[in-house]
Design a protein around this ligand. Structure first.
Ligand SMILES: [Fe+2]
Length: 236
């Protein structure tokens, strides 16, 4: 069992991630070389994209066949990165794209400059439905960069946080790198993902793996990239 990449845009041609099967295979092969055995395909789930539970599951199956044929030993799983907007409050619970479609953990992002007024209600709605929300890369989100004390509010709400490898790799050279480093040291994150989109940015993302090990040690890194991701895909 290797590491589990809990956030990536590996499905070809469905969002701003990989553009071809060949690129997806190259990315997965590189992740395998870096010690990964599983990747959860988490395409953006926006109203403007046709990504939903059914299409994602189908495309994951197709890509898995193509990767098997190419001799890449990575297991793919379905998931999604849902966008938290006001509409999110009205989306039927059964339509939400959860990790491994197990109905237990859901990844989402948002890109506003301030915390949206409907944010807390969205989180509570998921939790009341028995779904554990996970916020993707808070260190990248402007509203949170502007108000880093959000991190305490997130804990109060019961929200889990996913960090991006790339941000850890950037260290103190960027705002998001500084926040990721600090929150990683403080144990604020539940898991780390690559958020890989294309081959051209994959190497700089993978730099974060070594830096994370240097910052918190191998045991903590394993918890963030193996043990917690295992819970998430098992729906435990
Ligand atoms: Fe993403």
């Amino acid at each position: 069992m290797g590491r589990i990449d809990i956030h990536c845009h590996l499905l070809p041609g469905v969002d701003d991630g990989s553009t071809s099967v060949a690129e997806s295979i190259a990315m997965a092969r590189r992740m395998g070389d870096a010690g990964y055995s599983h990747m959860v395909c988490t395409p953006h789930v926006w109203p403007t994209l046709e990504n939903n539970k059914m299409t994602i599951a189908m495309r994951v199956g197709e890509l898995q066949e193509q990767m098997d044929a190419a001799g890449v030993s990575i297991t793919l799983l379905p998931g999604g990165e849902m966008h938290l907007s006001r509409d999110f409050l009205d989306t039927p619970i059964e339509d939400l794209v959860t990790y491994n479609l197990a109905g237990k953990y859901a990844l989402f992002d948002f890109w506003t400059e301030r915390l949206p007024p409907y944010f807390d209600n969205c989180i509570r709605r998921l939790m009341n439905a028995g779904i554990q929300p996970i916020l993707a890369h808070p260190e990248r989100i402007e509203a949170i960069q502007n108000h880093p004390t959000f991190i305490d509010h997130a804990a109060d709400l019961g929200l889990l946080l996913q960090c991006n490898l790339e941000c850890i790799g950037e260290g103190a050279t960027t705002v998001r790198g500084r926040l990721a480093t600090q929150w990683l040291r403080e144990g604020r994150y539940f898991m780390i993902g690559s958020d890989a989109h294309r081959t051209n940015t994959l190497e700089r993302r993978l730099i974060g793996l070594q830096r994370a090990a240097d910052l918190v040690g191998q045991t903590a890194l394993d918890r963030l990239t193996i043990e917690h991701p295992m819970q998430v895909i098992a729906g435990e």
